[in-house]
Design a protein around this ligand. Sequence first.
Ligand SMILES: Cc1ncc(COP(=O)(O)O)c(C=O)c1O
Length: 394
Amino acid sequence: MEQFDFTTLINRGNAGAVKWQRRTQQEKDAHIIALSIADMELPVAPCIREAIIRAADGVYGYTNPDEPYFAAVRGWMERRHHWSGIQNDWIVCTNGVVPALNFAIRAFTKPGEGVMIQPPVYGPFAKSILTNERLLVENSLVFDDTGYHMDFDDFESKAADPNTKLFLLCSPHNPVARIWKRNELERIAEICLKHHVLLVSDEIHGDFDYDGKHITMATVSPDIANNCIICTSTGKTFNLAGLQLSNTIIPNPVLREQFRNQISITGCSNIPYFGYAATIAAYNDGEPWFDALLKHLRDNADYLEEFLTAHFPQVRLFPLEGTYLAWMDWRSLGLSPEELAIFMRKKAGLILGEGTMFGKQGAGFERINLAAPRAIICDALERLRVAAKSEGLI
Ligand SMILES: Cc1ncc(COP(=O)(O)O)c(C=O)c1O
């Protein structure tokens, strides 16, 4: 028997789950499957469940991180990412990474100043820039037969514009699933240093590095550590997004002060009580569960690859180096992005991550969330096959 449960089907339909709520009543009645938003359809790690049950018997008062909390975060970063020497006061808590990105944008830039991203990329990057009335600067990723790459010349020309102040790196990259190599990280970090562009490295997917190759930006060099802030969280790793707690690690004291000031003007000064308990349990005791999860995800990814090769050989699947979100190019089917969306949702009864959610560069692509029991993945893929057959697409 498997040591951990990655097979039980959990109905989240009446639990306020955003992914499942975003269906019309008709779609709910038709049991449309959502493999869209990046949370997992899997039971929580037993050590976290136990910690939450213990906490449930406690007092739910105002809570702040203390030594056991910081030690758990430091220990995880050291063991999993070889980042030693993190000081407690470098670790700044927010209610999520997206809030942290917004704090960073407001702390380090003024309205009208440029913030650079690399689309196709996680939609809230662009949204955070635009809602804060900053200028969206796009350094689109490029791809060829070998996969996605950064366009360094374009990156440097945009970083060199004195109006560009901040760069939001997605590492590993959602949705293209790349783990950036050391030489890629060094190059963009050096360009940022040269042109005084501050680097925010969103590493929320950093633990999902199947081959252990993710490098946290802060360890690339001391100069770079001084010019970057690192966003981490148990939200993705242990599926705790609903507990609303993440850790932004900021080695540079001046940047830290600016970032903390932004939090303080919102009036937020404490952290969620259950998030506190869950984070300590996850980082101290959750490694065996997480390693088993990685294997489950890898198996799902292999299954997807075999399925596409067998039934949709014309659909290009990009290698899943990091994240649990697989990125596929569906353009060879000859459907417009609108037709593709109708095919997925109305014909196949599936909600995936539509490519354009990640920018115009994603048109004709789809992202599938593989963090689910295999039975759900099989059901979803079978729906695709049946719909494509009946539409004469395969
Ligand atoms: C790159 C990236 N950053 C941030 C988030 C969300 O972070 P949080 O839920 O902590 O706000 C996601 C969720 O999918 C993500 O993919």
